[in-house]
Design a protein around this ligand. Structure first.
Ligand code: FAD
Ligand code: NAI
Length: 467
């Protein structure tokens, strides 16, 4: 095999996007993936299958609970769980094949097998069939992603004490599920099973949900998801989880240090993810991981060894697919001698429950802790004509702005369709818009987006029109 300009290890959204951009820039590129399908966590066991199940379970839930209110009778609605899982698998299959097609189209050499460093310019690929291929390369991009983590006392056995990966393909709908962690995965997959009829109990260590997002969203989400039937146990520190064969028992200490016991068919452990570098033989390339297991990188995402870069979940920053993608493009352009830029503050995060939650820029808590002055404006969905027409009145948009310059500092939303609406806020932040700029732009009527305009009016001059 000829020497490659760039070899990417890992084909998740970071790796495969980096490979495409390298190829677009004229570099001879290889990508190494240990699994038989491309796409990494996101396409195989993350973003795509979870959203497929979120959408399907939402249709089922609406048919049971909400269609009647629209004047649509739906007697005899039945759940076909294998059918729902089958559709999810089809979506995953199509999406992964799409990446394969993109590799071919861009003439990227795909090598299946486990990659590990022999030297800083040589990567050994060990195939499942026992084959060994040595790949010579000028540059390497480490894009090996992350794996679920756990907590002391909780041993994941993948049978009853499970991670998101198993939760995406359970053979049965559980009667009861305990979810450890009220973060993003806990609420998304907790919602899926709650909608399908499972009694879901979320046990969270902190006194709030989704701690990575603005506090107002956690509060609203708690209220809304409780209404949907999910039970929450905040300020509970899980001590242990045990599989008793036909059930699992989880023990936690509440605020008063009293032991609280939960039993269920399954315990979903959703307490975060850890960077994955096992078997990479980083030493051979002169590399070490940091105290959190991440590959340390500089502002160019280059490791301490020149020519070796790292991106996505395996490096510092948010563990998000679109963050990994931006870094993939960034590194390819750095290698090509360009001067790209990523504004990490403007990377949005989205929670795909229903209603959805999303945010970008500073949270209110961050501004307070940095002692940075700010003003705030908000607008509730219940005052929107579109929200009433759609029967989607839970939600709000909150805009944080600089009190002197009016520059938007952060936008946080909860409500129907805001996973897409947050893009407007990203544009505003990227172009350093003021709240007044947003408030003077025409927003189509009736839309959910009108809440952005109204919240901007509230932030800039305390004069919303429809409140
Ligand atoms: P990964 O996608 O983890 O890919 C790494 C790849 O490297 C894997 O395919 C792995 O097999 C391969 N690999 C590792 N080591 C080696 C080796 N030595 N040799 C060869 N190959 C190797 N993010 C969002 O932005 N939106 C969402 O909606 C979302 N939903 C999620 C839902 C769930 C249930 C989960 C678990 C995650 C979700 N995420 C979401 C997070 C998202 O999946 C990750 O941030 C993203 O996949 C990170 O991309 P990556 O390229 O860094 O790594
Ligand atoms: P997370 O960091 O979002 O949430 C973990 C939660 O577990 C936190 O609320 C934390 O306080 C809690 N916790 C920690 N220890 C605990 C204990 N002992 N007892 C009870 N609770 C405890 O992590 P999560 O949900 O596992 O997701 C992992 C990553 O995957 C996230 O970083 C997220 O960015 C990414 N992801 C993104 C999605 C999206 O963009 N929509 C969807 C799913 C995952």
């Amino acid at each position: 095999m000829d020497k490659f300009d760039v070899t990417v290890i890992g084909s998740g959204p970071g790796g495969y996007v980096a490979a495409i951009r390298c190829a677009q820039l004229g570099m001879k590129t290889a990508i190494i993936e240990r699994y038989s399908t491309l796409g990494g966590t996101c396409l195989n066991v993350g973003c795509i299958p979870s959203k497929a199940l979120l959408d399907s379970s939402e249709h089922y839930h609406n048919a049971l609970k909400n269609f009647g209110k629209h004047g649509i009778e739906t007697d005899g609605v039945r759940l076909n769980w294998p059918g729902m899982l089958g559709r999810k698998d089809d979506v995953v299959g199509q999406t992964c094949s799409g990446v394969e097609y993109l590799m071919k189209k861009n003439e990227i050499k795909v090598i299946h097998g486990h990659g590990s460093f022999e030297t800083n310019q040589k990567v050994l690929v060990q195939g499942e069939d026992g084959s060994n291929i040595s790949v010579e390369t000028e540059n390497v991009i480490i894009a090996t992603g992350s794996k679920p983590s756990s907590i002391p006392g909780v041993q994941i056995d993948k049978q009853r004490i499970i991670t998101s990966t198993e939760a995406l393909k359970l053979a049965e709908i559980p009667q009861k599920m305990v979810v450890i962690g009220g973060g993003i995965i806990g609420l998304e997959l907790g919602s899926v099973y709650s909608r399908l009829g499972t009694e879901v109990q979320v046990v969270e260590y902190l006194d709030r949900l989704i701690p990575s997002m603005d506090g107002s969203l956690g509060k609203e989400m708690l209220r809304t998801l409780k209404k949907q039937g999910i039970q929450f146990f905040l300020s509970h520190a899980v001590q242990e989880a045990k599989n008793f064969g036909d059930k699992v028992v989880v023990k936690a200490l509440n605020k008063k240090e009293q032991e609280v016991e939960f039993d269920a068919d399954y315990c979903l452990v959703a307490v975060g993810r850890r960077p994955y570098t096992e078997g990479l033989n980083l030493n051979a390339a002169g590399l070490e991981i940091d105290e959190k297991g991440r590959v340390p990188v500089d502002e160019n995402l280059q490791t301490q060894t020149p020519g070796i870069y790292a991106i996505g979940d395996v490096v510092r920053g948010a563990m998000l697919a679109h963050k990994a993608e931006e870094e993939g493009v960034f590194v390819a352009e750095v290698i090509a001698g360009e001067k790209p830029h990523i504004n990490y503050r403007n990377i949005p995060s989205v929670l795909y429950t229903w209603p959805e939650a999303a945010g970008v820029g500073f949270t209110e808590e961050e501004l307070i802790s940095e002692e940075r002055p700010y003003k705030s404006g908000s607008f509730p969905f219940r005052a929107l004509g579109r929200a009433r027409a759609a029967m989607e009145t839970d939600g709000l948009v909150k805009i944080l702005a600089d009190p002197d310059t009016d520059e938007i500092l952060g936008v946080h939303m909860m409500g129907a369709r805001i996973a897409d609406l947050i893009a407007e806020a990203v544009v505003a932040l990227e172009y350093r818009a003021s709240a007044e700029d947003l408030s003077r732009m025409s927003h189509a009527h009736p839309t959910f987006a009108e809440a952005v305009k109204e919240a901007a009016l509230d932030a800039t001059a305390k004069r919303p029109l429809h409140l």
